[in-house]
Design a protein around this ligand. Structure first.
Ligand SMILES: *[C@@H]1O[C@H](CO)[C@@H](O)[C@H](O)[C@H]1NC(C)=O
Ligand SMILES: *[C@@H]1O[C@H](CO)[C@@H](O)[C@H](O)[C@H]1NC(C)=O
Ligand SMILES: *[C@@H]1O[C@H](CO)[C@@H](O)[C@H](O)[C@H]1NC(C)=O
Ligand SMILES: *[C@@H]1O[C@H](CO)[C@@H](O)[C@H](O)[C@H]1NC(C)=O
Ligand SMILES: *[C@@H]1O[C@H](CO)[C@@H](O)[C@H](O)[C@H]1NC(C)=O
Ligand SMILES: *[C@@H]1O[C@H](CO)[C@@H](O)[C@H](O)[C@H]1NC(C)=O
Ligand SMILES: *[C@@H]1O[C@H](CO)[C@@H](O)[C@H](O)[C@H]1NC(C)=O
Ligand SMILES: *[C@@H]1O[C@H](CO)[C@@H](O)[C@H](O)[C@H]1NC(C)=O
Length: 572
């Protein structure tokens, strides 16, 4: 399938646009010195959170910063009713695992080595604990795999010991413990798995769209690294099954039954229960290069724009009728502008990002739910658990545009976090944004994501010369040309393992650090600067001419029947 080459006219147009943007914007607002200052502020935040965890909670899972004690929360994540809690579980050093890739981003190689050595000697997954497959995948498996790649990339990183694939052994052991969850008639995994005993008797058959649709990055990477194809196959089969359950409008619901493959909750949006499904389709395409992910993503993205979008906001809708159901902004949705930036829809991303920032400023942090029709807080979900999504989108938009305004947004986030969530024993979640009352919990994603994205906003030297995809938990996975082999449509596991062994020759292929232009995979390098944003600020269009070029594959975008720009080759 040939793709049109990058059109030079558009490259020039983009470059002019970027130069214009940087000249035009308040260049004086953010000096180099100020950037260093902000970077050091974030560094301090990370260490305040990390050192308190290590002092008061390690090797348990997470820190309780108010009482300076711990919680073994891996078994509680996603477990709202706190069912089947383990009797004899002392944690898995969750926050340390989540910190490893951040330590590398911050350049703390000795602490990284210490952490890796501790884990390889002391961590075991042979524990009688029932965990959420999705949470354990993104936090633990993702943390280990990312740290493994970072450790094996730098041969001089370990000073006292040799690395010897220590984290990969742990990751592989964990991945094997996930596999029984996928043994269902549909291939859709159970939401819960006991790490020692597998799926427990009478386990709930209900799971979420993100629970079975966002496993492919970690499990795919694990297969590529180990040569054991079972992980990728299981995740891919689940993803394909999930996609086959979409409605005729290309919408999915939020919850489903893993045994029957039937929907339970038909309403969905881009927030809780679904968010990372969209994210992983796009990121899997970037990481693995298979058109299959791209095709799914674009149909899904078109449906989101058509049925959920209302100006810069996104509401929820019924997958069967497309009718709006809930008009709510949720703090998890704030990742969407970041994803749109990756796709190349920078102006649409910018527009939504502004709205999230408006709500952030209104309350000092982002409330979990905000009622759009009444412009007020949701009566019960008023909390802010140190979530990273808004900082994440700010980071992507800054990478894409270098507009210093995003650095000011970052500064505002950093002040809010220090003013409202910093306590003597770490950083505390906010229980109620209208009172700023605290909750005794420092979530591990504060270390893996919130601090990392804020740091990268002011110092992205970690990214220099390399392309990374960040998992939904903020763990970087390098984009490697060898992982870009096309996957056969029906998976044939016996024939690809050895060729996917470690390849450290990652090539820099993109103008946007976090992107890759697929044209480069099989031939020579092509900068993906061929992205041209929509001419229409509101992302609506009346003809193809207003739609620009897509950054991820240099294809010319068209105007859909619904009046939105995209790569709608199925529509036209
Ligand atoms: C957990 O800690 C308790 C108390 O220190 C100890 O008795 C128990 O054996 C530990 N359990 C495991 C699985 O390590
Ligand atoms: C690395 O982290 C440890 C633990 O917080 C700290 O003591 C040390 O100073 C850090 N090293 C660097 C280079 O930042
Ligand atoms: C390496 O060994 C030295 C001397 O034993 C010790 O002081 C240092 O903390 C060790 N570094 C790490 C990362 O374990
Ligand atoms: C493993 O844990 C033990 C007990 O806490 C500790 O003494 C030892 O140093 C740990 N191993 C490593 C490599 O840190
Ligand atoms: C590799 O690790 C060493 C520390 O042992 C560090 O000085 C160096 O900067 C690292 N290289 C990269 C590319 O991160
Ligand atoms: C599972 O459900 C069956 C039927 O309701 C019940 O008889 C059995 O005791 C349950 N098993 C467990 C471990 O709860
Ligand atoms: C983002 O939107 C604002 C207006 O709200 C505009 O001033 C700015 O130039 C836009 N930035 C980009 C990169 O589109
Ligand atoms: C693997 O597949 C390629 C083409 O897809 C084929 O040429 C090759 O013979 C196969 N190798 C094995 C060991 O089956």
């Amino acid at each position: 399938m040939g793709s049109p080459r990058c059109n030079n006219r558009f490259v020039v147009a983009l470059l002019v646009l970027l130069i214009f943007a940087s000249v035009n914007s308040s260049a004086s607002a953010f000096t180099h010195q100020k950037k260093v200052q902000m970077r050091d502020k974030v560094r301090k935040m990370f260490y305040h959170a990390y050192d308190n965890y290590m002092a008061h909670a390690f090797p348990h899972d997470e820190l309780k910063p108010l009482t300076k004690t711990f919680t073994d929360s891996l078994s509680e994540l996603g477990n709202l009713n706190l069912e089947y809690l383990p009797q004899n579980y002392n944690g898995s050093a969750l926050s340390l695992i989540e910190s490893l890739s951040s330590l590398i981003v911050l350049g703390n190689f000795t602490e990284f080595e210490r952490g890796v050595m501790w884990l390889s000697e002391n961590l075991t997954f042979d524990v009688d604990a029932r965990v959420n497959l999705f949470e354990c995948n993104i936090r633990v498996l993702g943390g280990l795999i990312s740290a493994h790649i970072l450790a094996s990339e730098n041969k001089s990183l370990f000073t006292n010991s040799s690395y010897e694939e220590r984290l990969l052994h742990l990751a592989q052991d964990l991945g094997r413990r996930f596999l029984p969850a996928f043994e269902t008639p549909t291939g859709l995994p159970y939401a819960w798995i006991n790490l020692k005993h597998g799926v427990i008797e009478n386990e709930t058959t209900e799971t979420s769209t993100s629970g079975c649709g966002s496993l492919i990055l970690e499990m795919g990477a694990l297969s590529r690294l180990t040569g054991d194809s079972r992980f990728e196959r299981a995740a891919l089969r689940a993803l394909r099954k999930l996609w086959s359950m979409r409605s005729s409008l290309n919408l999915l619901g939020t919850t489903l039954n893993v045994l029957t493959g039937e929907w339970i909750e038909y309403s969905s949006g881009i927030g809780a229960g679904v968010d990372s499904f969209y994210e992983y389709l796009m990121k899997a395409y970037i990481l693995f290069g298979s058109d299959e992910f791209w095709d799914m993503f674009h149909l899904a993205y078109l449906a989101v724009q058509k049925y959920f979008r209302h100006g810069p906001w996104y509401h929820e809708a019924d997958m069967r009728s497309g009718k709006a159901t809930y008009w709510q902004l949720t703090s998890l949705q704030a990742f969407w502008p970041g994803l749109q930036t990756l796709v190349g829809d920078v102006s649409a991303a910018n527009l939504s990002h502004r709205e999230f920032f408006y709500v952030w400023k209104k309350y000092g942090v982002l409330p979990e739910r905000y009622l759009l029709e009444h412009a007020t807080l949701h009566p019960t979900e008023k909390y802010y658990p140190l979530r990273p999504e808004f900082a994440e989108s700010t980071y992507y938009l800054y990478q894409a545009t270098k507009d210093p305004w995003y650095l000011e947004v970052g500064e505002s986030i950093i002040s809010s976090l220090n003013d409202h969530t910093k306590v003597d024993g770490g950083f505390a979640s906010v229980r109620d944004v209208s009172t700023m009352k605290h909750e005794d919990h420092q979530h591990s994603f504060f270390l893996s994501e919130t601090c990392k994205y804020l740091y990268l906003l002011y110092d992205d030297s970690f990214l220099a010369g390399r392309n990374f995809v960040f998992t939904t938990e903020g763990h970087p996975l390098p984009v490697r040309s060898l992982w870009h082999e096309r996957l056969p449509v029906t998976y044939n596991p016996s024939n690809w393992t050895s060729s996917f062994k470690d390849d450290t020759k990652a090539t820099r292929v993109s103008a946007l650090e976090s992107q890759v232009c697929p044209e480069t995979i099989y031939g020579s390098k092509v900068e993906s600067a061929c992205h041209v944003p929509d001419l229409q600020v509101n992302h609506r269009c009346t003809s193809d001419a207003g739609c620009g070029i897509d950054s991820t594959n240099c294809r010319k975008r068209t105007c859909s029947a619904a009046g939105y720009c995209g790569l709608w080759r199925f529509v036209h």
